[in-house]
Design a protein around this ligand. Structure first.
Ligand code: PAF
Length: 276
């Protein structure tokens, strides 16, 4: 595996490749990331991954400074699993040599709801860095995890509206044996919180099962799940039943649905979702 830190070297290394499959990450790699890279392998060649903790997508009071940076271990993990051909790991100065005045602004009805409501500017930061990374890597396919469901939808819509030549492929969420979705932020949890954390997924599954059993009062079902989390000591930010395609509130039509949630457990903010 080739490890590259500069845009110029990356472009030189990838010149002439037209079947690149790309997996952007912020590092601190776990089995979920490796699964996305296996998916990339099935869709193209070479497989390129990036590790870059993007300051643009962190709010002033968020965890940019404490976000786990484990590049040395990540490189060893990628080498051991042999899933990536080229790793792009730029510094902040390499990605943002000047203040990033031009930004991608996702439409409000996709970017300012759910995660965007609680993390203002988050999706603009994500979309901007993804566009820059795509410009550097020029992938034919890029893989995004469904764990970050709204992020996947935002990037998908961005590619469509900007006519980007990159096809977005979604990777399923990888879970711990007890159901907790794998996430780099799980490492913030202490032992008691880690034992409690799978409740988020359990509540979403219970919500899905109630809908499947005919429950149609969505606001009541959302409130029930949020109340169950609060009763167990969580601070829920949202529990929302939405249409899969555009994350809009479902009407009377029979659209495929997804239940999404974000909640704080102690100082750690966790998100998860379940398709219905
Ligand atoms: O999901 C992530 O790790 C990040 O949001 C991404 C897509 C790498 C952009 O910084």
């Amino acid at each position: 595996m080739n490890v590259i830190h500069s845009v110029a070297e990356l472009r030189a290394a990838l010149r002439g490749q037209d079947r690149i499959a790309f997996v952007p990450t912020m590092g601190n790699l776990h089995a979920g990331h490796l699964a996305l890279m296996q998916t990339a392998r099935a869709h193209g060649d070479p497989v390129v991954a990036s590790i870059f903790v993007n300051p643009l997508q962190f709010g002033a009071n968020e965890d940019f400074d404490r976000y786990p940076r484990t590049l040395h271990d990540d490189i060893a993990t990628l080498r051991a699993h042999n899933v990536v051909d080229t790793l792009f790991a730029p510094t902040v100065a390499e990605m943002y040599p000047e203040p990033q005045g031009f930004r991608v602004q996702p439409p409000g009805d996709l970017g300012d709801i759910l995660e965007g409501e609680f993390r203002p500017g988050f999706f603009s930061g994500v979309a901007t860095v993804v566009l820059k990374l795509f410009s550097c890597v020029q992938p034919r396919v890029a893989v995004f995890g469904k764990k970050d469901y709204q992020q996947w939808r935002v990037v998908h819509a961005m590619c469509r509206q900007f006519s980007l030549p990159t096809e977005i492929v979604a990777g399923e969420t990888t879970r711990e044996p007890d159901g907790l979705a794998m996430s780099s932020r799980n490492r913030y949890l202490d032992a008691a919180e880690r034992a409690e954390a799978p409740r988020l997924y359990r509540e979403l599954c219970a919500l899905r099962d109630r809908i499947r059993a005919g429950g149609g009062d969505f606001p009541a079902l959302e409130a029930r799940a949020a109340n169950a989390l609060a009763a167990a000591g969580w601070q829920p930010e949202y529990v929302a039943i939405r249409r899969q395609t555009d994350l809009d509130r479902p009407g009377d039509e029979q659209a495929p649905l997804v239940a999404l949630a974000a909640a704080r457990l102690g100082t750690t903010r966790l998100i998860d979702n379940v398709e219905i």
